[in-house]
Design a protein around this ligand. Structure first.
Ligand code: GRG
Length: 301
């Protein structure tokens, strides 16, 4: 079996574990959602249990494994992060934002339900995430608090939500390269940085390990966004399960649009090397995360 296919096998096994957790905590009798109106719960399930790649949960689980962090707790934190990511997609697809009909190959939540329900489903997924971190099994209370603080910062106004605000404002102004980088680091990078930083936090490693994994996450976050921008220009909608070519059509400046595809591929390769060097102190134990960096940069969907 090739290295790439063994990585993909590992990614799908991790996705199945996280999906089982998401399915359980979005079941009508789970204490965190018990009493949820059935249409709202169905919309939440449609927004999450719809076949995403589950890359962020994978990073949480594998970064926790690197430090022998509680496996069951890591799955809860991974599921929480996927709820936050999925809420952001549900809201991003709304007519007031990116106005998309298709997500992960299925009708977006506001198309399958209605706009108000999609807004509420997103709100409820974000709120559920807090509960999932709070109840994460086998993680010390101090670490659960640190995870809550980090997630609040990275998902909120100084992180993903702020990045989305900068992105929306950019429709009426031209961003320079530094401003594009800042917007992307917040909008996309913040949750990915949290995903890899979560591992050492889960294991109670608050010093250098946390900083190294944070740096690794920031680097692969940049790679993720560059690959996403490249795919927006080069992939077809069927492969991605969402509309493509939207950035260029809207005159939105991305780094591939500014510098071209060859520059983008070279930059992606150097980000993968940079990510691997942040994990050098862990030797072979960091190999799976290095594979994840490569997967993110080479991905086709
Ligand atoms: C609405 C608060 C709010 C934020 C939205 C995430 C986001 C911020 C917008 C989505 C727009 C977008 C396409 C951003 C590029 C990066 C990204 C998040 C891509 C989708 O992530 P994947 O490829 O998707 O991991 P799956 O479906 O596999 O989970």
């Amino acid at each position: 079996m090739s290295a790439a296919s063994s990585f993909e096998t590992r990614l799908s096994a991790s996705a199945a574990t996280v999906e089982a957790k998401l399915d359980a905590c979005l079941s009508a009798d789970h204490p965190l959602v018990k009493g949820t109106p059935s249409r709202l719960l169905a919309a939440m399930r449609h927004g999450v249990l719809n076949g995403g790649k589950r890359l962020r949960p994978f990073l949480v689980i594998e970064s926790a494994r690197l430090f022998d962090g509680a496996a069951a707790g890591a799955v809860s934190v991974a599921a929480a992060l996927e709820c936050v990511h999925s809420y952001s997609l549900v809201h991003d697809d709304l007519p007031a934002m990116d106005d998309d009909d298709l997500r992960r190959g299925l009708p977006t939540v506001h198309k399958a339900f209605d706009e108000a329900t999609a807004i509420l489903a997103g709100d409820a997924l974000l709120t559920l995430a807090v509960g999932l971190v709070a109840e994460a099994e086998g993680i010390a209370a101090e670490a659960r608090l640190a995870l809550t603080l980090a997630l609040s910062r990275e998902a909120g106004a100084a992180g993903m939500v702020g990045g989305q605000a900068l992105d929306l404002a950019a429709e009426d102004e031209t961003l320079d390269e530094a401003a594009i980088a800042r917007m992307q680091a917040m909008k996309t990078g913040a949750l990915i940085a949290f995903a890899s930083e979560a591992g050492p936090i889960i294991a109670g490693a608050f010093g250098e390990d946390r900083q190294r994994l944070r740096r690794f996450g920031e680097t692969i976050g940049l790679a993720f966004q560059l690959a996403d921008d490249l795919l927006d220009e080069t992939a077809d909608a069927a492969a991605l399960g969402k509309a493509t070519g939207k950035d260029r059509a809207r005159g939105k400046k991305t780094l591939p649009a500014l510098h071209g595809h060859d520059w983008t591929r070279a930059r992606l390769a150097s980000l993968v090397d940079e990510a691997a060097s942040s994990l050098a102190p862990y030797g072979g134990r960091g190999a799976v995360l290095c594979e994840a960096a490569r997967f993110i940069s080479d991905r086709r969907s």
